[in-house]
Ligand binder design. Structure first.
Ligand SMILES: [Zn+2]
Length: 341
């Protein structure tokens, strides 16, 4: 199954913080860029380990990026290390970005953003002959439990593991039962290596893992795991729009995102651990990012009139424009189901 596009719906309102607090978010991303600049230069590609060499492809928000000549993965010039993770994930309260104020907001976010993701898994695996009752999902890096909650709503046996105690507390509070377990960072790989579940999901997680190969090796070695459901940020128009709008908050490349996937690097990653790409769903936020950069730039220049016209004329086109981008294969996000080969 290859699916494209997803209507924005109310998403612009959920992400309104990015529009309204550009400078605060930009300052946060800049601090993370400073933290990354303080790390050693990257010596090899995050995915295929080919040596980093030659010229950088482009710069954005203080950082240079190399594209790997072997697997085409996009790597920052400085390496994401434990010290970097310590700074950006722990000290800076990473989850603060998306704190849901109350149960109603939690439910709305779950229904709008995570039910479609869960439904995609069910639709895709139905094509492979599975019913929801056949699936037992372990969600790695489960965050605030939205995806586990969505799967449970659709009748799937799902549970999650998460490093952050505060997020686990929040998730279990919202769910009214224990849907997530807190596991320390140094025990996560063991939990994956020994799970008896047949599907492992990692939604917006792989890009943050410092020793990614260890996690992937654990999945490769645990033959109980038949499917992986992942979502990762892609080298895409969003990254280039960000590079051309240095005064705007870079949600996609920079901050905690130190490298971006490509079709080539995803294929390399899957094959290395004995999986094949079975189903994809491409839907990015490139056009919403561009729209945001135009709004923020016009506002910074005090040009409210132009912004009002942009709201009226451009905003209604976002879904159509994004679908063109998604179908081109150069959109900002992919959801993918990998099957053990
Ligand atoms: Zn590579």
């Amino acid at each position: 199954m290859n699916r494209y596009g997803k209507p924005l719906g109310d998403l612009i309102n959920i992400k309104s913080d990015f529009f309204e607090h550009n400078d605060k978010n930009l300052a946060m991303a800049d601090d993370m860029a400073d933290a990354l600049c303080a790390q050693p230069l990257r010596k090899e590609c995050k995915i295929c380990h080919h040596p980093i060499e030659g010229e950088i492809l482009f710069k954005s928000h203080k950082m240079g990026y190399y594209q790997c000549p072997v697997c085409s993965h996009l790597n920052s010039e400085h390496e994401d290390t434990d010290a970097f993770a310590q700074k950006v994930y722990i000290d800076d309260d990473y989850a603060g970005n998306y704190s849901a104020a109350d149960k109603e907001r939690y439910e709305k976010r779950l229904d709008m953003i995570y039910i479609p993701k869960a439904q995609f898994l069910l639709d895709a695996l139905k094509e492979d002959g599975f019913t929801p009752a056949d699936l037992r999902v372990l969600d790695d890096g489960a965050g605030s439990g939205y995806f586990v909650g969505a799967l449970k709503k659709l009748g799937v046996d799902a549970t999650g593991i998460e490093i952050s105690s505060s997020q686990v507390r929040f998730a279990n509070e919202m769910a009214g039962e224990e849907i997530l377990k807190q596991i320390d960072a140094d025990r996560i790989t063991d939990a994956i290596r020994t799970t008896d579940r047949n599907v492992i999901s990692a939604i917006g997680v792989l890009e943050h893992i410092i020793r990614l190969d260890e996690t992937l090796d654990a999945i490769r070695d645990n033959k109980n795991i038949k499917y992986m459901y992942i979502s990762v940020p892609m080298f895409s128009f969003s990254a280039l729009f960000e590079a051309s709008h240095q005064q705007c908050y870079n949600r996609h490349l920079g901050g905690t995102h130190t490298h971006l996937f490509t079709d080539g690097s995803l294929k390399f990653m899957a094959e290395r651990i004995g999986f094949e790409i079975a189903h994809t769903w491409r839907f990015g936020s490139d056009m919403m990012d561009l729209y945001r950069f135009l709004c923020v730039s016009l506002e910074k220049e005090g040009n409210k009139g132009a912004k009002d016209v942009l709201d009226k004329e451009f905003k209604p086109l976002l879904d159509k424009l994004q679908l063109v981008v998604d179908e081109s294969g150069f959109g900002s996000e992919i959801h993918m189901i990998l099957k053990r080969a």
